[in-house]
Every structure is written in C-alpha cells, then in structure tokens.
Ligand binder design. Structure first.
Ligand code: ME8
Length: 645
C-alpha cells in the first residue's frame, strides 16, 4: 500500500488581544477548506492553527484589566477555540506560544542562531510600534507613524540582540523571483517586498527586548526576551516537534506546503521567516499566500478589534447557518484584493446562490422524483444528446476547483460550480418534466432527466463539501448518494448514482431570507446593550405608602466622622423646625468638611435608630454611582424644611 502524501497547511497564529472576528474567520476557513479538500483527495493533512500570546501588547492589556497575562489570554484563547468549533474548523493541532514545548524550542532556536553567528549583541535605537510589535527605521515610517497601522511610534533604545537579516538579501530576492518555485502569491506582493524592503537595503533585525517581561527569555542572557516575531514564526516548526520531544512529525510534514495570512504580515513570512530557516539550514516552505483584508464600514481598512467595527461570527452562523457564512466569505473575497463586508451582501448572495439556485435545484429535483416515481427512479432511461452540455460542464469542474481552491481563488472555483447549478436549473426548464410526466411513453426520458439532475447535484455537492461540510451530507442523503459515490474522485465521474436511486425529501436547506427584516434585526442586536441598574425595580406600592414618608430639604450645620467607624458620618442638620442629629454610612465617599453648609434630601419621619451608640433621626438620601454613593443635594437657595414631593 502506498503511503499517503503529507500536506501541511497553517493559518497565522492569532493575537489573543481581543476576541476573534470575521477577519480571523476568513483565513481560518480558507485553510480549513483546503485541508478538507486535500483530505478528500487522499493526502495526510496536518492543519495547524493557534495563538501568539507573548509581547508587550498583551502584557499591557492584562495590566489594564488587573489580571495576569496568562489568565487574560486563557480566556480569549478559549473563545478562539469555541469559534473554530462553531465554524467546523477541522484543525489537527492548536499551538499556543505559551506552551512549554514551544518555549523550550524557541530558546534552542535562538541559541543555535547565536552559536552559528547569525545573532549578535548590539544596541537598538529606533522606532517601535507597540500594537504591531514592530520595529521601524525612520525611513520606513509614513508621516512619522507606523506604516502598517498608522499609529504613533515611540523612540526605543536598549541593548539588544540582532539577527543578520541583511546578509540574506540576495538569497531572498532570488527566492522571490524564482518563477518555478512561485513562492509568494499574489505576485503583486513580490514586487512590494522587493521594492519596499529588499531594494532600499534590508536592515539587520532586532530580535530581543529588555523593556518588558511577558515573553520567552533568552536562556543565556538574563533580562532579554526573544522578539515576539521570532517566537511566533517558529511555531510552524515547533508544532511539529522541531527541537522538542512533544511531537515527532517534523520530518514528515516540513517543509510546509502553504502558509496562509493577510497582506500585512507577508513581510514577516516572505523575508524574515525564510531567512531564519536558511540560517538554521532548514528547507523553506513551498508557498506563502497573502490574501487581502475584509474591510468594514465606510472608511475601509482592516477590520480589527481596536476599531470596534466587528460583526459577530457567532451570531451570523447561528442565524444563517455556519455553511452559509463560510460560503459567503469565500465567494465574496477575490484573492489578493480587499473585500468590504456587508450583511446585506451576504443575504443577497444567500438568497440568490444558496436559496434560489442550490436549495431550489435540490428540492425541485427530489420533489419531482417523489411525485413522478414515488421516490425511486426506474432502471430504464432514455438519455439523449441534449444532456451533453450539462454533463460536460460538470466534467470540467473537479480540476478547476482543485486548482482554484488550492491557490485561494475560492470565488472563481465557487462561481464555476454555481454556473453548473444554474445550468441544471435551466435544464429543468428546457426539459419540462411536468409535461413529460403527462405521457406514459415519455417516462424513460423523464427518468433520464431527473437522473442527470440528481447526479449533477451529487457532483457539485462533492466539490462543495469542503466549503459546506454540514449541508452537503444532507444533500447526499436527500438525493440518495451513499459514501462510495461522494468521494472526491467520484466528482469526476458521470452517472455514479445507482440506476434505481431512491431519494428522500428533507428539510428546506436554505430558507429564503427577508433581507430588510434581517438587517433591521441585526442592527437592533448591534445596539449597545443597556446597562441595567443593580437594584431591580421594587413591587408597585400605593400612594398612601409614599405620602406617609416625610421628605425634606435639610441644611447641614456640622458633620464629623463617628469614632471607630470607617462608614458613619454624624450630621447635625436644620430641618426647618430645629436641629437634629442624623447618621449616614457615606464616610468612605466624603470628607466631613465637604458636606457642611450643603442642602440635602432627607426622610425626616423615620423612627429613631441607634448606630454605634448614637441616635440617628431620619435618613439622608444618597444615590448610587457605580460602587460609590453620592448625596442628593439641592441648590443653596432651597430653604431648610422645604418638602419634597
Ligand atoms: O498578525 N481580513 O496576529 P493577528 C482578513 N500574531 N484577514 C484578517 C483580518 C481581516 N480584516 N483581520 C485579521 C498576527 N485577519 C500575528 C501573526 S503568525 C506567525 C503571527 C487574519 O491576530 C489574517 O490572516 O493580528 C491576518 O494576517 C491575521 O488574521 C492577523 O492576525
């Protein structure tokens, strides 16, 4: 038996500096589709994803929230995993850069690079963008700001280790221009890398920091932390067991077949990463793909957590189906370009492609098979030349889908599948089964028409399985296709369904959406949730209860702390009729002098109570402000004793 060929595909490892959003979903779904397709094609797939958990940004965020970096990331990583499970992401391995085995390997990698003379110690002076964890030279800044995200950069100067990136410039240029290797796609990124980074002269890269601690320590020089990108990029090999005992798959899966990411981090994957691998004497990944951004809102720009314009993938997949969301993202995004995200566009696409074309084709075909043949087609069928166009269109699909999906050109591949689906719908109208059904002599022709339709659905659904892994099995069930005829190879062959296939009616796969209604509902959900007061509303009472309370404005004559109590203040107030003593538990929020002379609200007819041995005659009213209380006060010209109603 021949060994399965290995196939190794990776997503970027995401920063858990905020919860995952639609942008992260795109890269991850894209990789999932390729991984699923390759598995169907018989490859032994390793699909890796994970989280990039070190660095100053995470350290700061945790500090702001008063927690530890690890506790902070643990929670967000759990959300990433939950989302991947919701979206049916079939990753084989999930790496966290805080995993012990990864830390151990990175320390060894750093030491190897140092021992081999590719890392040296010097002083770093330059600009640093904290959100991007990137160092920049003055000349790389755009209007004095970070060229990636446009934010402020800060001066940084410290003793640091440097990686001799400059030395690799000629080899990197050769790699990028090697047409046969076709290392980086789309090609526009090749020019970008050469013109923006290699031609101006690659600088050596600062690869350690001493100004924060949340990272992997350089194990031979205390106080130095490995630069987060060296830590992060190494994940692609540490996750296979490179320089650790956790896994033992390095020889099997390395070099990676594909690293997938968006354009802003292509620089790290097509320059720094290959240079590190060259320095380590390791083979280079075969392909690097830098797709565009899903953008959101009028200004465009990469949708990110920091801009707050996030569409919730949990809500979308729950309301419209995971497979619809997967389909939409892949169908809309043209590889290499940015793609604005719009719910409206998603609903239109859903209605036209999924509900009208695919859903309708399946339900009409199954319904007619049930209606005209009680669900089981007769063996005797009459095919004719007019069937050829539909069948040959389907013949062309598998190789085209393989080629386009494998190079992240999902929209092209999907468009072609849906052209066949549209052609099949037209084939129904051309053949008018409802007319054929009226004439017993035409039943063999009717059977052939329905069989061609069912078999075309089968072939399309096979190719759609990686994109819609939840719905396609339902389609197979409805059209009576068993496992033996739904393999990837089976998509290339005509007429594999049993000649006497039996269909079974199922649920409506894609119920039509009322676009306006859905948009309104999503908008309502997006409105910020109202923060409810801590105290729930009390039961209704009658007017007499209210009228029984005597509420008055009172003037504070004196105020002092009650000895041995950190809560109580003792007031002497004028209630308009005379002076009285009252206590109030607001000592934590006011210095006594602040309150003298103020006009406050008070319930004056409560029965006297004793607190800390002192009598309190009434209750000063205060209002909750978060976890504090503030007195209810009036303007000075309100007279003592004025009643409140
Ligand atoms: O850069 N459109 O992590 P990150 C499309 N930790 N893709 C998007 C996107 C959008 N609007 N937003 C995010 C990092 N992505 C590093 C990576 S790898 C060794 C280290 C996807 O959380 C896209 O793949 O900022 C992008 O490159 C990645 O998330 C950035 O994720």
């Amino acid at each position: 038996m021949s060994e399965k060929r290995p196939f190794y595909i990776t997503t970027p490892i995401y920063y858990p500096s905020g919860n995952p959003h639609i942008g992260h979903c795109y890269s991850t779904i894209a990789c999932d589709v390729i991984a699923r397709m390759k598995r169907m094609q018989g490859y032994d797939v390793m699909f890796l994803t994970g989280t990039d958990e070190h660095g100053q940004k995470i350290e700061k965020k945790a500090e702001e929230l008063g927690t530890t970096p690890k506790a902070y990331v643990d929670e967000i990583v759990a959300n990433f995993k939950k989302l991947w499970s919701t979206l049916g992401i079939s990753y084989d391995r999930f790496i966290r850069t805080t995993d012990d085995y990864h830390i151990e390997s990175v320390q060894k990698i750093f030491r190897q690079l140092y021992d081999k003379g590719y890392i040296y110690k010097s002083e770093y002076k330059g600009k640093y963008c904290t959100p991007c964890e990137s160092f920049w030279t003055e000349s790389q800044l755009v209007d004095g700001k970070c060229p990636d995200c446009g934010r402020e950069v800060t001066d940084a100067s410290e003793e640091a280790y440097f990686f001799k990136l400059s030395q690799f410039a000629p080899k990197l240029k050769e790699l990028l221009l090697d047409e046969e290797k076709d290392f980086l796609n789309p090609k526009s990124r090749v020019n970008e890398m050469i013109n923006n980074f290699i031609e101006p002269g690659l600088q050596d890269l600062c690869v350690s920091r001493t100004s924060f601690t949340w990272g992997i320590p350089v194990d031979f020089d205390e106080g130095h932390i490995v630069y987060v990108w060296i830590d992060a990029l190494s994940n692609y090999i540490t996750a296979l067991g490179y320089l650790n005992d956790k896994y033992n798959d390095f020889d099997k899966y390395w070099p990676a077949d594909m690293h997938v990411m968006a354009k802003e981090i292509v620089r790290f994957h097509s320059l720094i990463w290959p240079a590190i691998l060259m320095a380590l004497d390791l083979p280079l990944p075969k392909k690097v793909y830098g797709h565009g951004w899903i953008t959101f809102g009028e200004g465009g720009g990469k949708m990110s957590k920091s801009k707050g314009n996030v569409v919730d993938p949990f809500i979308l997949s729950e309301r419209y189906g995971v497979d619809s969301l997967r389909y939409h993202l892949l169908r809309e995004m043209v590889f290499g370009s940015d793609c604005p995200y719009s719910n409206e566009q998603m609903f239109m696409r859903y209605n036209s492609d999924l509900a009208n074309d695919l859903g309708n084709l399946v339900s009409r075909t199954v319904a007619m098979t049930v209606k005209y043949f009680d669900g089981t087609l007769p063996a005797h069928k009459e095919f004719n030349g007019s069937d050829e166009e539909l069948l040959s269109m389907a013949d062309e699909l598998p190789s085209f889908v393989d080629e386009t999906f494998s190079s992240l050109r999902f929209s092209e591949g999907l468009e072609k599948i849906f052209r066949v689906i549209a052609r099949a719908n037209k084939y129904i109208d051309e053949n008018e089964p409802w007319i054929l059904a009226k004439d017993e002599a035409k039943k063999p022709r009717l059977a052939a028409v329905l069989y061609n339709l069912l078999d075309t659905v089968r072939r399309c659904a096979i190719l759609l399985t990686p994109v819609m892994p939840h719905i396609c099995p339902e389609i197979f069930e409805q059209i009576g296709a068993d496992e033996s005829v739904t393999t990837w190879d089976a998509a290339s062959q005509r007429h594999l369904l049993a000649a006497d296939v039996t269909v079974s009616k199922g649920r409506v796969l894609f119920p039509r959406l009322d676009v306006e209604k859905e948009i309104a509902e999503l908008e309502a959900m997006a409105a910020p949730a109202r923060e409810l007061p801590e105290e729930p509303l009390k039961d209704i009472t009658n007017f007499d209860n209210f009228a029984a309370l005597d509420l008055r404005a009172v003037k504070v004559i004196s105020c002092e702390k009650v000895p041995k109590s950190d809560k109580l203040l003792k007031f002497i107030v004028d209630d308009g009729f005379g002076e009285r003593q009252v206590l109030s538990g607001i000592a934590k929020y006011y210095e006594p002098e602040q309150l003298v002379g103020k006009t406050l609200a008070m319930i004056v007819n409560l029965a006297p109570r004793k607190m800390m041995g002192l009598e309190s005659n009434g209750m000063i009213m205060s209002v909750r402000d978060g976890d504090k209380f503030r007195v209810v006060e009036f303007a000075d010209d309100i007279k003592a004793g004025a009643d409140i109603s």
